[in-house]
Design a protein around this ligand. Sequence first.
Ligand SMILES: [Zn+2]
Length: 331
Amino acid sequence: MKRCTKCILPETFPGIKFNDEGVCNFCTSFKGVEHMEVKKQEYRQRFESLLHEYKGKGTYDALMCYSGGKDSTYTLAILKEEYGLDVLALTIDNGFLPGQTTENINNVVGNLAIDHLLLKPRFDILKKIFRECSENSIYPPKTLERASTICTSCMGIVKFSALRLSLEKNIPFIAFGWSPGQAPITSSIMKNNPQMIKMMQRGVFDPLHKIVGDEIRPYFLEASHFTSSYSFPYNISPLAFLEYDETVIFDRIGQLGWEPPKDTDANSTNCLLNSFANKVHKKQFGFHPYAFEMAKLVREGYVEREVALEKITSIEDKTIVELVEKKLEEQ
Ligand SMILES: [Zn+2]
């Protein structure tokens, strides 16, 4: 398969074009690492001035969407230890958390002395959703350029559950552990706007509602959340503007009792469903759902091209995929 000679994007990626040297349009329009550094500095300052403004004003300073993966674990540590924030960690268990991840989460929140909420949605509901997503891509193709249908559904539940909780508990920030490959710097600090949220929620809620009906409502905002009695939080993705170095990350979280799970795939350190979701996505669209993210990390100098290439071309572990299929088929 033809791939960009600079990053790793394949010819099957939507909207891709190559120049005579085989370099893709995403790479040729990239403004360079120095430009990124200036932007990062700018966002870091903005982040710090927002903290100054909001710290100590809500029930907690920040609600961390805590998957138990390496990036969200690292973000949680930074928020608590470097910035001294009072953080509430929220984990959504989609039924596919590896045992090691549960252990990691318990170690980390214990060692950091952080309040932790675990939300485990009914598996009969999730199963119906995941099954449907493995057969039909229920979202517009544009939505699925950077994540699989399954991941998009799961993340929708996470994002809107977190937003609902942050409104009800009056928490000014929702933190995500997105890597610089996943979060564009320009959206790393975003004030949630009720009108925009209403529209975005419809994009996820409606397709899921079609599959499972009203059972999906507790994970999303109700009409009452859009009244003026609630103030909408900022979404922050600190890893987009802070240091991002895998060696530093593994070292730091290792000290908090975090160990890599052995039974996940190369692209995820916290979800067994991921391998299956990736496999389905490649079949549906002809490119790996992590291709865009990994390409961005290569382009911006965070990851070696070879390492990224290996991650997105590795074949899914058959045992894990079969385990997931079996769990989704069970009555
Ligand atoms: Zn490229």
